[in-house]
Design a protein around this ligand. Structure first.
Ligand code: HEM
Length: 240
């Protein structure tokens, strides 16, 4: 293997210098050799994303538990938890770069997404049971939520096909790999869509009348998540 290829596949660990930004350069969070994968959850701007998502979950959970719990309470609790787990799935994988790190990272990423998707499905079942005979998909939140659910299903299908069944369904492993960058791009777009759906949830009658979760607070938390995650995107992994 030539030294050029080696540098490309194994970028040297970035050493911190005094004149470097505190959270590192954009896309600079790289998992070091022999460093545990759990470190990826807090390296570089992951701290900003973690602050945002935990604030968001705290806003939803504190509003729910400060009122009487009803069957429907599970919908916001499960959906906000699902997004929390998805953010962890993204943060885990972003800094991986060696084949070994990528393999482990992808397994953890898949496991976390499987968990979060179970929570998403359960949340949908809860809201649909709660709706009973009431009209469905009438509010902007409900419509955005439905679009989000459809996108989640498509994202999962593409992810599973490209990684687990590329040869059987796409014809070759190489073809599967050409899709990776689109899966990454749509994954980031999906995260923004999920956050927008939660922002829209603050405008539902139930929230305005009972929960009182503030839109501005959810917006600030969402912006922190987007900034923290976006700053760790490695343009090379998106094909740029
Ligand atoms: C990414 C996260 C979320 C998704 C994908 C989502 C999805 C949905 C969907 C699809 C519906 C419509 C069901 C129907 O009309 O048959 C709905 C309803 C509802 N959701 Fe969410 N939801 C999310 C998070 C939240 C959160 C955090 C809250 C907390 C405030 C919330 C509160 C509500 C309320 C009050 C309704 C009933 C009113 C309505 O239909 O507009 N949701 N959600």
């Amino acid at each position: 293997m030539s030294s050029a290829t080696s540098t490309e596949e194994h970028p040297p660990a970035v050493e911190a210098r005094e004149d470097q930004p505190l959270l590192g350069k954009p896309g600079g969070a790289t998992q070091g050799e022999g460093v545990g994968i759990h470190h990826n959850l807090v390296t570089g701007s992951a701290i900003v994303a973690q602050a945002g998502i935990w604030i968001l979950v705290a806003l939803v959970w504190s509003a729910i538990f400060s009122k009487n719990l009803v069957f429907f309470s599970a919908h916001p609790l499960l959906n906000s938890s699902a997004v929390l787990v998805q953010v962890q799935a993204i943060l885990t994988l972003q800094p991986t770069h060696t084949p070994k790190q990528k393999t482990l990272g992808t397994r953890v990423h898949f496991g976390l997404h499987a968990l979060s998707n179970l929570a998403f499905i359960a949340a949908l079942v809860v809201v649909e049971i709660s709706k009973d005979k009431y009209p469905r998909f009438t509010s902007p939140h409900a419509v955005l939520g439905l679009i989000t659910y459809i996108c989640i299903v498509l994202q999962v299908l593409v992810g599973v096909v490209q990684y687990f069944f590329p040869a059987q369904i796409l014809g070759s492993v190489e073809r599967g790999k050409t899709i990776y960058k689109y899966h990454r791009m749509s994954g980031y777009a999906l995260l923004v869509l999920e956050l927008a759906t939660i922002c829209a949830a603050t405008q539902t009658f139930y929230n305005v009348a009972i929960l009182h979760i503030k839109l501005w607070a959810v917006l600030i938390a969402s912006i922190l998540v987007v900034l923290g995650v976006a700053a760790r995107i490695k343009k090379r992994k998106l094909g740029f």
